[in-house]
Ligand binder design. Structure first.
Ligand code: C5P
Length: 426
C-alpha cells in the first residue's frame, strides 16, 4: 500500500447512519499523510454535525452552493497565495474541484448514487463531482433491500461505466437490524483503497534518478552562491515516480523539505557533489530527470577563512561547473533523459535549443519570475520534444508532477519499443 503524503482528499458525506464513521475516516486519511476537506449534503447533517468534521479535518466544512465568506476563502486563499490569482466569490465548487487529487464520497446513500448517476448538479457535492477532472470514488452504505433494488443496481452500473470507483459495500449486520450487503467499508479499508488509486504501476520495475533543489557554491565558510529553487517540483516528481512503481533515487541540493517516503534521498551541496552522486548511481538507471537548478559557475577559489571587506569593490572569479544533464545524456547507453528549463522569456525556443544542444529526450519548460515557478505551490509546464509540444496547464505541483510522470512513462515505453523493433529488423 502507498502512503497519502501530500494528497488532497475531498470527502463527501451524505445522509446515512454510517456518517458517524466519516469522522474516523477523516482522522485515518490524515494519519496516512493526506490533507482532507469535507463537503456535507443536507441529509448528512441529520446524522453528524459539521463541527465534528471541522474539528477532525482541521478546516471549515463546505455545505452550500453559494456560501460567501470564510469557507470560500479557505481553498481559494491557497490558490491565491500560490498562483497569484484573484479570489472569486461563489466559485468554490470549481476551486474545490481543482484543489482535490481525489473525491471520495463515504457514505454514499442510495439517493446520492441516483443523483450522481443522472449527472445532477443540485447541491454542492454533486456539482463538484461533475466539475472535477480527478478520480471520484464512492463507498455505498444503505439497507440491504435498497442495495439490491434494481434501480440502485442500474445506477451503479451507470456510475461504473462513467469511470467512478465503487468501494464496497461490505456484508453483515446492519443498523436497521437486517443482515446482508450494504454496510459501508471500514475507514481503514477506505484508506487502503484510496491509496491504491494513486498507484498506477506505469513505471513498475524501472529505476529513476531525480535531481532537485538548488546547489550551494561555497565562497568562504559563511557565504555561498545559490538560487531560489525550493526543491518542491523535484520532490513532487520523485514522489509521483514512486507512486507509478519506480525505484527512485533523489539527489537533492540544500532544501528545507523532508525526505519523501519510499525514496532513497542523497543530500549534496555543490554542483560537483551532485555530479559525483549522479554518476555513482546512473549506470543502472532507466530514466534521469534533472529538475535541480544547478549553478552554472562556482567560485574559482574557496576561501579558508571569512573574507574581510577591504576595498570599495571586489572581484569574485568564477569557474564553470560540469553540466550534469548533458553528461548523463552523453553516456552510452544513456537513460531516457529529461531536462528542465526555467526561463523568463522565449520558453519554447529556449527549451528546443536545450533539447538539441544537450541531446535530451524531453525538456519540461516553465516560466519563472516574480510569483512564478520557484517557491510556489503551483506551476505549469511546456513539454518540448523533437516532434511535439504538449502543454500541462497551471495546477498544484503535486498534480503537475503526476501528469509529467504519466507522459514520461508513455514516451519511455514508446522509445523502448521502437528500439527493440529496429534491433529485430533483418
Ligand atoms: O542549460 P540550463 O542550465 O538552462 O539547463 C537546465 C537543465 O540542465 C536542468 O534540467 C538542470 O537540472 C540541468 N543542469 C545540469 N547541470 C548544470 C546545469 C544545468 O544538470 N551544470
Amino acid at each position: 500500500m502507498g502512503t497519502l503524503t501530500n494528497k488532497r482528499i475531498l470527502l463527501g458525506v451524505t445522509g446515512g447512519i454510517a456518517a458517524y464513521k466519516s469522522a474516523d475516516a477523516v482522522r485515518r486519511l490524515r494519519e496516512a499523510g493526506a490533507e482532507v476537506r469535507v463537503i456535507m449534503t443536507a441529509g448528512a447533517t441529520e446524522f453528524i454535525t459539521a463541527l465534528t468534521l471541522q474539528a477532525v479535518s482541521g478546516h471549515p466544512v463546505y455545505q452550500h452552493m453559494f456560501d460567501t465568506g470564510a469557507e470560500a476563502g479557505d481553498v481559494q486563499g491557497r490558490t491565491s497565495a500560490a498562483g497569484g490569482r484573484m479570489p472569486r466569490a461563489a466559485m468554490e465548487h470549481i476551486d474545490l474541484a481543482r484543489w482535490a487529487d481525489i473525491v471520495l464520497v463515504a457514505p454514499a446513500s442510495a439517493n446520492f448514487l441516483a443523483r450522481l448517476a443522472q449527472g445532477r448538479a443540485d447541491d454542492l457535492l454533486t456539482t463538484v463531482c461533475l466539475a472535477t477532472e480527478v478520480p471520484v470514488a464512492v463507498a455505498p452504505a444503505m439497507n440491504q433491500q435498497m442495495w439490491s433494488n434494481a434501480a440502485t443496481q442500474s445506477n451503479l452500473a451507470m456510475l461504473k461505466k462513467n469511470g467512478i470507483s465503487i468501494f464496497g459495500p461490505a456484508e453483515g449486520s446492519q443498523a436497521c437490524g437486517e443482515v446482508g450487503p450494504g454496510r459501508m467499508l471500514e475507514p481503514a479499508d477506505l484508506v487502503k483503497l484510496v491509496s491504491d488509486l494513486f498507484t498506477t504501476g506505469e513505471l513498475d520495475g524501472l529505476t529513476m534518478i531525480v535531481t532537485a533543489g538548488p546547489t550551494w557554491e561555497t565562497i568562504d565558510p559563511v557565504r555561498g552562491l545559490t538560487n531560489r529553487s525550493s526543491g518542491k517540483m523535484g520532490y513532487a516528481v520523485a514522489e509521483a515516480a514512486v507512486e507509478a512503481g519506480a525505484r527512485v533515487i533523489l539527489i537533492s541540493g540544500p532544501t528545507s523539505l523532508p525526505d519523501p517516503a519510499r525514496v532513497q534521498t542523497i543530500r549534496v551541496e555543490s554542483a560537483q557533489e551532485m555530479y559525483d552522486a549522479v554518476h555513482a548511481h546512473v549506470r543502472a538507471t532507466n530514466i534521469f530527470i534533472g529538475v535541480a537548478a544547478v549553478a552554472d559557475y562556482r567560485p574559482a577559489q574557496k576561501a579558508g577563512n571569512k573574507i574581510k571587506k577591504t576595498d570599495e569593490t571586489m572581484t569574485l572569479e568564477l569557474t564553470r561547473n560540469p553540466d550534469i544533464l548533458a553528461s548523463v545524456a552523453a553516456l552510452k547507453p544513456a537513460p531516457f533523459t529529461v531536462g528542465f528549463a526555467a526561463e523568463t522569456e522565449d520558453l519554447e525556443q529556449q527549451a528546443r535549443q536545450k533539447l538539441k544542444n544537450k541531446n535530451l529526450d524531453l525538456v519540461a519548460a516553465n516560466r519563472v519570475g516574480p510569483g512564478l515557478g520557484f517557491g510556489t505551490d503551483e506551476s505549469s509546464l511546456l513539454l518540448v520534444e523533437h516532434e511535439t509540444v504538449t502543454e500541462l496547464p497551471i495546477q498544484p505541483k503535486t498534480k503537475l508532477a503526476r501528469a509529467l510522470i504519466h507522459h514520461i512513462a508513455a514516451r519511455y515505453r514508446a522509445k523502448k519499443f521502437a528500439t527493440v523493433h529496429v534491433l529485430r529488423r533483418p
